[in-house]
Design a protein around this ligand. Structure first.
Ligand code: PAF
Length: 279
């Protein structure tokens, strides 16, 4: 496994690979890797000749400075996991490599998918995601890019970005990996105590309960019931609990339940957790 920190060097290595007809898979991450990330790397390894995993905590996508500073890091453990998963190339740039001083940022309007839920509660977040995903995609020119469904809205944003920018490769969505109790795996879980990790399982319980209810109740009513359920657990500070059409993210209406997905975000002991479940 090769580790590159400069854009020039990784670009040259990938250019050589491309010239010999090799396909490239990209798994963009912010590090502190867990089994969810590794499942993306394994999928890429099985579908491409060369897998590139980037590790970069992207300051542009944090609307909260404290959240950025507190974002967990463990590069040595990440490299070991990637090596074990047969990743070929790790890209580990410094901030000035991805955002050279004085360089202007392209304004990319991705429309409605950036607006509700994460877009509402984390203003500027998707603009930052779009910046870094654009830069990594332009650099690596992957045939396939892998994104987890835990950040389902991000997956739609990235798909829209690929359309708007005319990027060639395919965006592949990968299923959420969960702990035994159903808690969605996330680097942020590292900041939870063992007690809070148990408490956090409540989020998945609510998603499953809502999924049962939505077959015989109005979506807006189900949302209200679940919001009340969160109120009965004061350790959680709920941001949203929304049933939306998974193609458009508009509030879900009607009977075509195969397109409905339930989304939620809540804070627990200062850690922001998100999850979603397909109906
Ligand atoms: O999902 C993430 O970890 C990040 O948002 C991503 C896609 C690596 C961009 O920084």
């Amino acid at each position: 496994m090769k580790v590159f920190t400069s854009k020039n060097n990784i670009e040259k290595a990938l250019q050589r690979a491309r010239e010999t007809g090799k396909t490239i898979g990209l798994v963009p991450t912010m590090g502190m890797l867990h089994a969810g990330h590794i499942s993306l790397v394994e999928k890429s390894v099985s579908e491409n000749d060369i897998t590139v995993c980037s590790i970069f905590v992207n300051p542009a996508q944090f609307n909260n400075r404290e959240d950025f500073v507190k974002y967990p890091k463990n590069i040595d453990a990440d490299l070991e996991l990637l090596n074990g998963a047969n990743c070929d190339i790790v890209f580990l740039p410094e901030e000035k490599e991805m955002y050279p001083e004085g360089e202007s940022r392209e304004k990319i309007d991705l429309g409605y998918v950036t607006k509700p839920m994460e877009g509402k509660f984390r203003p500027g977040h998707f603009e930052g995601v779009a910046q870094i995903v654009s830069r990594l995609t332009e650099l690596v020119k992957p045939h396939h890019s892998y994104y987890g469904e835990k950040d389902y809205q991000q997956l739609l944003v990235v798909k829209k970005l690929f359309k708007c920018k005319g990027f060639d490769g395919k965006v592949v969505g990968c299923a959420i990996k969960r702990e035994k109790c159903g808690l969605a795996m996330s680097s942020r879980n590292e900041r939870l105590s063992e007690v809070d990790k148990q408490r956090a399982c409540f989020i998945y319980e609510c998603l499953r309960e809502a999924r049962k209810m939505v077959f015989h109740s109005e979506p807006r009513k189900v949302e209200r019931v679940m919001k009340d359920r969160f109120k009965s657990r004061p350790e959680f500070d709920l941001e949203y609990f929304t049933i939306a059409d998974e193609r458009t993210l508009q509030p879900f209406e009607g009977d075509a339940l195969e397109h409905a997905r339930i989304f939620t975000a809540a804070h627990l002991s200062g850690v922001r957790l998100i999850d979603n479940l397909k109906v």
